[in-house]
Ligand binder design. Structure first.
Ligand SMILES: *[C@@H]1O[C@H](CO)[C@@H](O)[C@H](O)[C@H]1NC(C)=O
Length: 288
């Protein structure tokens, strides 16, 4: 009996040690891997339509039905940094839906800053439009829109915003789509640089304008619509690469390729809209 219980105790000790090793390995590896939605984010609207899942709370689903859309935001706010989010968009007929990932400062001030990714849905087989915009002190009107070179509904892709005092860069799977620069040394003050921003995401119905200018309405018989977010990363570290992130020869030619083949709207060449005067940054090359 005594021998048996000693043996049993030893086994328990060995087992406990093994569990501790596993736990330590798990904790230290997740610290460098995907962020945890449960710890870092909170829901903004839509109640049960915001669903966190995965063993490390690394996946989040938003859904939209006729009752409501849904959304979430970071608990913390950030002044500069790099945000990466993997997203998989609403498949099939997503016309009328808008899925977003954006940064914004407090909008109640009337002078808020904002950096936007908005994915405008489409009828089956037609491409999503990725809409980007930058707001400074409550003013926007800096839209550029793109189609994508892949189907954003069949797999997760990484959408990133790099925001440092010199530039804002929008990237998809590390390919830059757009660079918006701070030209204050040239006397242009339009650049978000003093108000901290929270990370927001949402899925909502905008069928009054989103798809083909509002002509195509949401097909509610396909509801609920669902978009997935996963494995986010927020880098605000003092020695992070994002601080000096800029175009190099390779990323510059990638961006030229995207802009030549996939850009469908650029405010800087919209002569009808800005017949009086283009916004001042339009006269500068986006490459410098
Ligand atoms: C939807 O598809 C049409 C036709 O291909 C395209 O012109 C449009 O840019 C697409 N996106 C939206 C949001 O309407």
């Amino acid at each position: 009996m005594g021998i048996f219980s000693n043996e049993h105790d030893n086994k328990v000790v060995v087992l406990k040690m093994a569990i501790m090793v596993v736990v330590v390995v798990m904790v230290s590896s997740t610290a460098y891997a995907a962020g945890n939605f449960f710890n870092d984010f909170e829901s903004t609207f839509g109640g049960h339509r915001v669903q966190i899942s995965g063993p490390g709370s690394e996946q989040l689903a938003l859904s939209l039905d006729q009752g409501s859309g849904s959304g979430f935001r970071s608990k913390k706010e950030y002044l500069f940094g790099r945000i990466d989010m993997q997203m998989k968009l609403v498949p099939g007929n997503s016309a009328g839906t808008v899925t977003t990932l954006y940064l914004t400062s407090d909008q109640s001030t009337g002078r808020h800053d904002e950096i936007d990714f908005e994915f405008l849905g489409n009828v089956s087989g037609q491409p999503y439009t990725l809409h980007t915009n930058v707001f400074s002190q409550g003013q926007g009107n800096r839209e550029q829109q793109f189609h994508l070179w892949f189907d954003p509904t069949s797999n997760f892709h990484t959408y990133s915003i790099v925001w440092n005092p010199k530039l804002i860069m929008f990237l998809v799977d590390e390919t830059p789509l757009r660079v918006f620069r701070n030209y204050e040394n040239k006397g242009i003050t339009f650049f978000p640089k003093s108000q901290p921003q929270k990370i927001h995401a949402s899925l909502w119905n905008a069928d009054d304008w989103a798809t083909q200018g509002g002509l195509v309405k949401t097909d509610w018989s396909k509801a609920p619509f669902t978009a997935f977010y996963r494995n986010f990363n927020i880098d605000t570290s003092a020695d992070g690469k994002w601080r000096n992130h800029d175009l190099d020869a390779n990323s510059r030619s990638r961006m030229e390729w995207v802009q030549k083949n996939y850009m469908v709207y650029d405010y800087c060449i919209d002569w009808k809209r800005f017949s009086q005067a283009f916004p001042p940054e339009c006269k500068h090359s986006k490459f410098e």
